[in-house]
Design a protein around this ligand. Structure first.
Ligand code: DGJ
Length: 729
């Protein structure tokens, strides 16, 4: 990896092992232009190809400045000065004007990567160092300055971008839009791949042509959301797992976002990603700065699979900080689908005793243990134990669970407040709301106004008191509604547009305090299932609950979409009871175990009530988890076949980094008549190594298994599955 400046040509070249990114400074006015991003190229004056013929630049032809602005491939486009494509930054200055244009002032190239104040961000580690380019730019009229930051890591093909805006004028400037990255590319007929969803159906892969005008996904819900995901990829038509050009963009942020591709009249495509400008207005006083979150760009010319593996490695090695990152997580049993709100100490202890016999290692008590909570209509904010359900309190329960030989974990939803709660009765103004407008309830709850420091302090004390009251080793941090009624009693009218971002910053601050104060706690984030499954949250906790849909077949699509960007070690996945509570489907217990194995693995059922034959399978499954988890956690992910595409079966694998071991999961979603066995061409193996599967004495070269395939014997019925474990011989 390297970052070079060519002083003579005024261009910057960022090289990862397999990709290059080039920025050029054009004309006497020093416009910052985007020159190239793609497969690695030589150090040649490529900028010449992109910065336009000399007569066309404003210093030679000011008569047509507007045409120049509207066609120039700009690295970080401004607003209102002739470029009619969407700008990356928009402002309102002291005079009420909205024009802004950033031109080059200078640069720095440094070893390492600076932290981003208050924000989650990738970092260098001992074995993979970083390098960073900062380009300094300014708007010569308003005095607004920008620092465009680009970082790369040894051994990774990711390029991480972010932007810091500084007000160096002596007047207030309002930022109404600050994208974290913008990229002007030639169109090349790309398609846009995004992850679409809804509650219980998160992150389904969606691909569509990029037509003229703007194609975008985003969230204004105060969280990254069930519906759209802070990720997009521009892909070549016909892209597959192994073939085709792919540009991935992933946003390290957990709130409102915008991801957009805009195809212009000249067939260029402007891609941008950042905080959604909807409801956003940030006051920057003289001398103040605004740090935008970062975007991770990955280019692959070997299809989607390589892009996914680059993201997985980067997020495992350079984003997740938890001590559990490289550790086997305890196999937990969560009581949500077992009991919902109807539980007490006796019920939980009965589950714990039975769980212990089967090799389960932790009991997690979900929603319903606090205040007067009987259902989802009350008590959020009253984080004191409900002694009617749990006589003797948390300490008694946790001690008893520990005596049985299990660890203990707990559920909280710290960002919320129920209208029917002591907290709300004492502080009705602590809910996000607009005076004079009845607050919009969702799940009969409001969102706490975390833009107010006293609310953050109170929330932190509640979390700390709960976690310090007993030997609690795991926290499931939930968030079950989106934000509406953007209004705060703590902000004045100039600053109301800061609420959504301030809320996210406060969540980050709370989680930072949490992991500092309780460094050995295992944190699993969650948001009504997977509405806040994003890189921002992974910076604080190593795993996120993927979805409230625990049906093994629904999970195939959800986990496929999630694994497009995120490592399997981050995907919360449990075996649950049947008929499944979300879709009513009945699947074999074995298949539910195989599918959950591709995530963190655990249980979400009443183990005292399930079928005896299912319960008898649990010791085998927990042993299977211990046998394969290291491989699943640290290996390379290969998508072999997708039920979404073929309608019949799914197959994915994990291959160890040294390619000596591999585990493939095959799920036959639909049985097929007169079709007894299936040849599957594996991927990811070393062609020159020889492998044997656990079930066979035959030995095959990796090349054979990848080119000719492996025969999966006929499985009888729908929803049947099989693991194929290969070891090098
Ligand atoms: C939503 C989560 O995704 C569920 O697992 C459960 O914790 C409920 N919230 C509890 O209210």
């Amino acid at each position: 990896m390297n970052i070079n400046i060519n002083e003579k040509d005024r261009s910057f070249k960022i090289d990862t092992d397999n990709t290059s990114y080039i920025i050029g400074i054009a004309d006497e006015e020093a416009f910052i232009g985007h020159v190239y991003y793609g497969s690695k190229v030589e150090d040649e004056p490529l900028y010449l190809m992109r910065t336009g013929e000399p007569p066309f630049v404003p210093s030679r032809n000011n008569r047509d400045r507007g045409s120049f602005m509207d066609t120039f491939p700009c690295e970080y486009p401004g607003n209102g000065l002739g470029d009619y494509r969407e700008g990356a930054i928009e402002i309102v200055d002291d005079g009420g004007y909205s024009a802004v244009g950033l031109t080059y002032d200078g640069y720095e190239i440094n070893d390492g990567k600076p932290r981003l104040t208050g924000l989650p961000a990738t970092f260098e580690n001992e074995s993979s160092k970083a390098k960073t380019l900062i380009i300094y730019a300014s708007d010569k009229v308003t005095g607004l300055k920008a620092e465009l930051m680009y970082s790369i890591f040894e051994g990774s093909d990711a390029i991480v971008r972010s932007v810091k805006i500084v007000n160096s004028s002596d007047k207030d400037i309002f930022l109404t839009k600050v994208m974290s990255a913008s990229l002007d590319m030639d169109s090349e007929d790309f398609e846009l791949l995004t992850l679409h969803g809804s509650w219980a159906r998160e992150r389904q892969i969606d691909q569509r042509p990029i037509g003229y005008g703007k194609t975008s996904v985003g969230s204004v819900k105060g969280e990254s959301s069930h519906q759209e995901h802070p990720f997009m990829a521009l892909v070549e038509k016909g892209v597959s797992q192994e073939i085709g050009r792919v540009y991935g963009f992933s946003f390290v942020y957990s709130g409102n976002f915008l991801a957009q591709a805009e195809k212009s009249q000249f067939d260029s495509v402007r891609v941008m990603m950042g905080i959604n400008p909807g409801n956003f207005k940030w006051q920057l006083r003289p001398g103040e700065s605004f740090q935008a979150p970062e975007v991770v760009m990955v280019y692959s010319d070997e299809g989607l699979g390589k892009m996914s593996r680059t993201y997985h490695d980067l997020y495992r090695e350079h984003l997740i900080r938890s001590p559990y990152k490289d550790r086997e997580r305890p196999i937990l049993i969560n009581n949500w689908e077992a009991t919902y709100f109807d539980f007490n100490t006796d019920k939980l202890l009965a589950i714990a005793r039975e769980a212990k016999k089967s090799g389960i290692e932790m009991l997690v008590m979900d929603d319903g243990w606090f205040g007067g909570r009987k259902d989802d209509n009350s008590s959020l904010g009253d984080w004191n134990v409900n002694e009617e359900k749990l006589p003797g309190g948390l300490k008694y329960l946790v001690d008893e669970v520990n005596k049985i030989g299990l660890k203990f974990g707990i559920w909280m939803e710290p960002e919320m407040i129920s209208p029917d709660s002591d907290l709300y009765r004492a502080h009705p103004d602590w809910a996000i709301q607009i005076p004079g407008r009845e607050g919009t309830r969702s799940r009969n709850q409001f969102v706490l106004d975390l833009s107010r420091p006293e609310v953050v302090e109170h929330t932190w004390n509640s979390i700390k008191n709960v976690l310090s009251s007993a030997n609690i080793e795991y926290l499931k941090w939930d968030m079950n509604r989106q934000i509406t009624d953007i209004g705060s009693f703590g902000l004045n009218k100039e600053n109301m547009g800061e609420l959504s971002h301030r809320f996210v910053l406060a969540v980050y601050e709370l989680q930072e305090r949490l992991i500092k104060e309780f460094p050995n706690l295992l944190l699993e984030n969650c948001s009504g299932g997977g509405a806040r499954f994003d890189p921002g949250m992974l910076y604080f906790g190593p795993q996120i609950w993927c979805s409230d849909d625990t049906d093994a077949i629904e999970r195939l699509g959800i986990q496929e979409g999630t694994a497009l960007v995120y490592p399997l070690s981050s995907m919360g996945a449990h075996v649950s009871d049947c008929p499944n509570h979300t879709v009513g489907r009945v699947t074999p217990f074995e298949t539910r175990g195989h599918v959950a194995l591709a995530g963190t693995f655990g249980y979400e059922l009443d183990i005292t009530k399930i079928l005896e034959e299912d319960r008898a399978m649990i010791p085998e499954q927990t042993a299977m988890y211990h046998k394969y988890n290291k491989l699943v956690r640290s290996g390379d992910y290969y998508r072999v076949a997708s039920y979404r595409e073929n309608g019949y079966y799914d197959c994915y694998g994990v291959v160890s980094k040294d390619k000596s071991e591999a585990l493939y999961t095959f799920v036959q979603v639909k049985g097929r008549p007169n079709y007894h066995s299936r040849l599957i061409r594996l991927s990811g193996l070393d062609p020159d190594k020889k492998y044997r599967s656990d079930e066979s004495t035959e030995v095959f070269y990796g090349r054979t298994l990848m080119k000719a395939g492996i025969l999966i014997p006929g499985l009888w019925g729908d929803y049947r599955s099989k693991l194929i474990h290969l070891c090098e011989v």
